[in-house]
Design a protein around this ligand. Structure first.
Ligand code: ZN
Ligand code: ZN
Length: 430
């Protein structure tokens, strides 16, 4: 099964050097899951303990040499990707994993993490499922991370992990019927996927009057999750909970949605998350504990949270709950001749047209020229273009020129496996 391990090593979330019934995995998962169920006070104690270890590890790093009173988190300045890019201290040790962020801001960043930290990251991932009943050895469907090669089928079973890999790149009705049949036959209870893939798959199921009552938990991450997708998913998977998980490659923070609590658990055994700012939209700043190789203290993730309140948990998990919404990347900004528009505003426009469009991509060609590429939903007609155009002009300015391109499919970014909703071509200064 060596080839499987090699393949899986490229998958961002799933790779483990041992299978999922290995004692090391079973024990690690158990410890992580039990910890999530500890009381709030016990978790705060663990948080303090882990923080002091991390700050001690930070004390000999160049980034933090100037920090006075270095045992207190407040003493540290907020850093960001730019700070790290200007710091040349990252060295690859033999025992470490090389990671790089997607570079959605055009500035790829390479980081190193120890294998031990990477393993623990996996325990956190699977513990979200374990809280919903998953036990090691159960089959899991992955409607993400699998890119079939020319001679490969759209479904591949990885015996070593007991994972059904399903291509999120080939979601035709015919293939989705195959996915449905496997999920049904194998009575699969757990799915890892992208929000948009969940949206597409759920809609297919609902449209064809199919549902999958065996599914208990659907773990989504890497993209924004929209209301409409929740609605369709809960019809297609009536006994499931969608677990919307926020995290980043820098391992700064981990927010896991909880239907019972109506918000996101902050998982303070994973790291300390701060929501910085006075207004509604606050910066997500994290100090992750799984960065022992090079601690990133008070790291501004570049992501925003529309903040309502913090409250105590009302479910069996101990960590506090933050109520509000995760917003798009702060760095995703459309620069116009006279101003910048955060992409979040554009996303909300497109999702008003969700009944017509299954996938969209806005390409900015110059400061004022845009091309809207889209894939039409089956049975929908393109007569929404005029309305969409006027909505976009409201945000991009009347002088913007917008063209439309109706396509059969929009390729995913091969590096991240995600759809890039907004692309800015190299814009020359005029
Ligand atoms: Zn090392
Ligand atoms: Zn909860």
């Amino acid at each position: 099964m060596v080839t499987d391990i090699k393949n899986i090593a490229k998958l961002s979330l799933s790779y483990l050097p041992y299978n999922l019934v290995h004692n090391r995995f079973i024990n690690g998962l158990q410890v992580c899951t039990n910890r999530a169920l500890l009381s709030r006070d016990a978790l705060v104690d663990i948080e303090n303990e882990r923080l002091s270890i991390l700050l001690n590890q930070a004390s000999n790093k160049a980034l933090y040499k100037h920090v006075i009173n270095a045992e207190s988190l407040d003493a540290y300045p907020v850093i960001n990707k730019k700070t790290l890019l200007s710091c040349f201290e990252f060295v690859n040790h033999k025992d470490e994993v090389r990671l790089s962020t997607s570079g959605s801001s055009g500035e790829p960043l390479v980081l190193y993490r120890t294998w031990k930290d990477r393993y623990e990251e996996q325990y956190f991932t699977y513990s979200s499922l374990a809280i919903k009943g998953y036990t090691p050895g159960e089959e899991i469907a992955w409607l993400r991370s699998y890119v079939p090669k020319v001679n490969e089928k759209v479904i591949k079973y990885l015996r070593y992990y007991r994972h059904w890999m399903m291509s999120a790149y080939d979601m035709t009705d015919e293939n989705m019927d195959l996915y449905y049949k496997i999920l049904k036959e194998r009575k699969i209870k757990y799915i890892f996927t992208y929000p948009s893939s969940l949206g597409i798959f759920s809609e297919y199921l609902v449209k064809n009057r199919k549902c999958l009552p065996d599914v208990k938990a659907i773990y989504v991450s890497s993209e924004m999750m929209f209301e409409l997708w929740y609605k369709t998913a809960y019809i297609a998977f009536p006994n499931s909970e969608v677990l919307d998980v926020y995290n980043n490659v820098e391992a700064s923070a981990r927010l896991t949605s909880c239907r019972e609590c109506g918000g996101y658990h902050i998982n303070n055994d994973y790291g300390i998350v701060e929501f910085i700012g006075d207004g509604k939209n606050r910066k997500i700043v994290g100090t992750g504990f799984l960065n022992s190789s090079y601690p990133l203290v008070r790291y501004d993730t570049g992501d925003l949270f529309s903040f309502k309140e913090m409250k105590h948990s009302s479910c069996k998990q101990g960590s506090d709950v933050v109520v509000g919404k995760i917003l798009g990347r702060e760095s995703d900004i459309i620069v116009l001749a006279d101003r910048s528009v955060p992409c979040v505003n554009i996303y909300t426009v497109f999702y008003k047209f969700a009944e017509y469009i299954s996938i969209f991509q806005l390409v900015q060609v110059t400061n004022s020229d845009f091309v809207v590429k889209y894939v039409l939903k089956p049975n929908a007609t393109a007569d929404f273009e005029k309305k969409l155009k006027s909505e976009l002009l409201q945000r991009l300015g009347d002088s913007a020129k917008i063209q439309f391109e109706k396509l059969k499919e929009i390729p995913r970014d091969p590096k991240t496996g995600k759809h890039k909703p907004i692309i800015t071509l190299k814009i020359e200064n005029d």
